[in-house]
Design a protein around this ligand. Structure first.
Ligand code: NAD
Ligand code: DAU
Length: 353
């Protein structure tokens, strides 16, 4: 029998998960990597085509809400480490259907925690449950200040409330059962393979199709953007070198008001598409705001920087350019994820605004 460590990555067919799976499969031939994913609308095995045949890669189709299935998988494989990314991840969807977020993000996380605890509670030595979370748990900032690891939780959307709850469960299992855990709270990611419901890929797709660009409210909401590959690098570092029982914030040191980001995106896309400078600005359309819209997120990532030496490796202009190139070169991917149910989603989200 293989003595290699068995690492479970949940949500590995999604946006961030696929980059984490690829990094781990390629870098750690001494691990068996198990990607567990329910393949919801956000999961896509094509994201993993470059490593799908690697001998240390395995795919398991499972829903983390299905307790019996999760328990059976832990009994069968006895995963030494868990990187938990599976989640419902889009704020607008959480406003339309909060219960789906309670099920996957809270109940699903507790199912994984129970299965991990029950597998290892006699001896947790060398085991790890790593929970990947979001800066949205901290709520909204005013025009100054940064989220620190000690900032109080103050979630404002059903999505962030469900992620906050899952963070609390992870920490509570650490206190109550001695379960070895780590948590990271990261800012907005962008990059290849992101489902075009989030700002950047949705706007790339709409610019390419000459469709309106729906800017919520006054467009002056602020986010701190991080290239997904840099997030995956941070996750690798925290998994291996971060301290047990600790939280690390991860951010891009890269704040943008939405409308300014959109103008840079338009500038780069118009150039790549051979359009006149600023031509696609005519597509900007201000629409009704998102209810409970958090005004500003910004991360103080000095803890992960000073303890683990992590910092972003890619500038925003470079990352954005690589991202646009990826979407333009992968039109088949983009066309396939925006056919079928996507149209229904779009109508529900945008024509009813
Ligand atoms: P995503 O929506 O792109 O992917 C989620 C993945 O989880 C999909 O592959 C989906 O099929 C799978 N999944 C959903 N429900 C499941 C279930 N019940 N059982 C098993 N699999 C299920 O999400 P993402 O943007 O890659 O985010 C990944 C994680 O990182 C999430 O936990 C999210 O909260 C967190 N996060 C995301 C960002 C961001 O900007 N995208 C930033 C910080 C933290
Ligand atoms: O901060 C981390 C979080 O970032 C993650 O936890 C979430 O999973 C991820 O979805 C993201 O949440 P946001 O709500 O910040 O991302 P989104 O891309 O949906 O929106 C970014 C900003 O753009 C936000 O201020 C809302 C605005 N927006 C978004 C869309 C989809 C628009 O103006 N128009 C749009 O059509």
């Amino acid at each position: 029998m293989s003595s290699k460590k068995k690492i479970l990555i949940t949500g590995g067919a999604g946006f961030i998960g696929c980059h984490v799976v690829k990094l781990f499969v390629e870098k750690y031939s001494n691990y068996e990597i198990y990607n567990l994913d329910a393949l919801t609308y956000a999961g896509n095995l094509e994201n993993l085509s470059t490593i799908e045949k690697a001998p240390n890669y395995h795919f398991i189709k499972a829903d983390i809400v299905d307790k019996e299935h999760i328990d059976a998988l832990f009994q069968e494989y006895k995963f030494d480490g868990v990187l938990h990314l599976a989640a419902e991840s889009h704020v607008d969807r959480s406003i339309k259907d909060p219960l789906a977020f309670v099920k996957t993000n809270i109940i699903g996380t507790v199912n994984l925690l129970n299965a991990f605890r029950d597998t290892w509670m006699d001896n947790f030595e060398g085991k790890l449950f790593y929970h990947i979370s979001t800066d949205e748990v901290y709520g909204s900032l005013g025009s100054t200040g940064l989220f620190e690891e000690t900032t109080s939780y103050d979630p404002n959307s059903p999505y962030s409330a469900s992620k906050a709850s899952s963070d609390h469960f992870v920490r509570a299992y650490g206190e109550t059962y001695g379960l070895p855990f780590k948590i990271t709270n990261c800012s907005n990611n962008y990059g290849p393979n992101q489902f075009p419901e989030k700002l950047i890929p949705l706007f790339i797709n709409n610019i390419r199709n000459n469709n309106p660009l729906p800017v919520y409210g006054d467009g002056r909401y602020t986010r701190d953007w991080l290239y997904v590959i840099d997030h995956a690098r941070a996750i690798d570092l925290v998994y291996h070198d971060g301290r047990l029982g600790e939280t690390y914030n991860i951010g891009g040191f890269n704040e943008w008001q939405n409308i300014d980001l959109i103008k840079i995106l338009i500038q780069q896309m118009d150039e790549k598409l051979g359009r006149a400078k600023g031509e696609s600005e005519k597509l900007i359309t201000y629409v009704t705001d998102r209810p409970g819209h958090d005004r500003r997120y910004a991360i103080d990532a000095s803890k992960i920087n000073s303890e683990l030496g992590w910092k972003p490796s890619v500038t925003f202009e470079e990352g954005l350019s690589e991202t646009i190139d990826w979407y333009l070169e992968n039109e088949k991917w983009l066309n396939s994820v925006t056919s079928g149910d996507y149209k229904k989603y779009y109508d529900k989200m945008y024509t009813e605004r």
